[in-house]
Design a protein around this ligand. Sequence first.
Ligand code: 57M
Length: 359
Amino acid sequence: MLYHLLYSLHTQISWLNVFRYITFRSIGAAITAFLILCILGPKFIRWLQLKQIGQVVRADGPESHLSKQGVPTMGGVLILAAMTISTLLWADLTSGLVWLLIGISLFFGAIGAIDDLQKVTKGNSKGLSPRGKLLLQVAGASMVGLYLILHPEYDGRLAIPFFKTFHPDLGWWYIPFTVLVIVGASNAVNLTDGLDGLAAGPVMISGSVYLIFSYAAGNVIVAQYLQIPYVQGAGEVAVFCGTLIGACLGFLWFNAYPADIFMGDVGSLSLGGTLGAVSIITKQEFLLAIVGGIFVMEAVSVILQVGYFKMSGGKRIFLMAPIHHHFEKKGWQEPKVVVRFWIISIILGLLALATLKLR
Ligand code: 57M
């Protein structure tokens, strides 16, 4: 809104010209989302406590987690509210990409909310059936793929980091590829969200890297110089990434150890799916495997653990999967696991940025 209301007045009030700049609006969006979380966070936590929307902790988890029983969950509702409000305020609302991102974040958020509410009302850690959750995720992700493949500005070509001239064209196969990326990212972040602050940190770092890539991809001169695909309108994706960064930063204020609130599946499924959608829209799909390496590591640890468990008749590779629990079982304190995973995430983010020059 602000963009439409205020920029048009720049002929009368010259400094309002600043609203045309993506950088200014991305920073404004981040600060707005951050402030919404900080101001509404305490009230929302008290409301969740009043409504007894608390975490049901599985008995078979690490000992240290049993004390987390009843911690308010579904903090993702506030994350999504902050992102949506801030996007509506700061982004160019004539951009179809902006509405696509708002839509996918809320759609995956709704899937997670159904899951969370079922767990809270049933009083167990089961929720939506895995099949039901997966079907809904595939449906949502397919809509993104369909929208993009029908969008005149998009085609099925992929950009591979380090290879500037190799752009395989998937054609209609781009839709199942989109589903793989978005659903994979959504579930990987969901698995990662198992320690205080463990998901929000790397999501914020990934959002920061994609803010830079979105800005570059949306600027034809910068895109040509960096030899990355030019994506018309991707600059507005940078503004959306600003809201994601600000909301995660604000959420971390309360989710830092010892957490006053968990984001719930409404948060983790949504943030993961949204990051997946951003990677597709900016045509930097494989980059997510680098900057989101923590999420990849967590998901792969589960796949390896379950696979080996079945093949070996009950043996385990890790003390417990996902891998953050393995380090807890080895005696690392929770905050140490989280901060070390953040450090790895920052290094991976820097490597992802380095691919801009290593081509
Ligand atoms: C998502 N959810 C956390 C919270 C958060 C196949 C198997 C690997 C599945 C996996 C699983 O159930 N994953 C579900 C992870 C849960 O967090 C809630 O869920 C939301 C995110 N989806 O927002 O609402 C617990 O995580 C802890 N937590 C924090 N701080 C936070 O900020 O401490 C979460 C956020 C919360 C809280 O304790 O209750 C979760 O871990 O369930 N299963 C597992 O991850 C389990 N691993 C396992 O079974 N491993 C087996 C096999 C199957 C691989 C093995 O290694 O042999 C572990 N998780 C639990 N118990 N809870 C271990 C057993």
